[in-house]
Design a protein around this ligand. Structure first.
Ligand code: ZN
Length: 127
């Protein structure tokens, strides 16, 4: 857990924007877990992941919106770039409504529904 000063320091590194997508963040929405109010919500992304030996201090952290941080998860460079490349290929196929694009659209909707259902369970216990 970070102190208010450490959070402000992390937040200011990108002038309050997600370091992945560039969307604006709201300082007071750090750690917000209300899935109905995630716009502007952010987390401290460990540039070198903790599992890979990265420090938990502010100097190893950048602000990331909740959406991007959860998509990155523990992926490192090569794996993250592969996911992005596959995403571009998939997006292109979906835009063309090719047979594989239609399948991907269906799989994406299924995944989003599954994620939402999974995330609602523990959160409803907290609220
Ligand atoms: Zn983002």
């Amino acid at each position: 857990m970070f102190t208010g000063n450490a959070l402000a320091l992390i937040f200011q590194k990108t002038e309050g924007h997600c370091h992945f997508c560039g969307d604006p963040l709201i300082l007071k929405k750090y750690g917000c877990k209300n899935i109905n109010d995630l716009n502007g919500a952010w987390e401290a992304d460990h540039v070198i992941q903790r599992a890979k030996g990265g420090k938990k201090e502010a100097d190893n952290c950048l602000p990331a919106c909740v959406y991007c941080n959860r998509l990155r998860w523990n992926r490192k460079g090569d794996n993250l770039r592969e996911v992005l490349l596959l995403g571009l290929i998939a997006k292109d196929q979906m835009k063309k409504s090719s047979p594989i694009g239609k399948t991907l659209t269906g799989l994406m909707m299924k995944r989003l529904t599954s994620n939402e259902r999974r995330r609602r369970k523990p959160l409803s216990v907290q609220n």
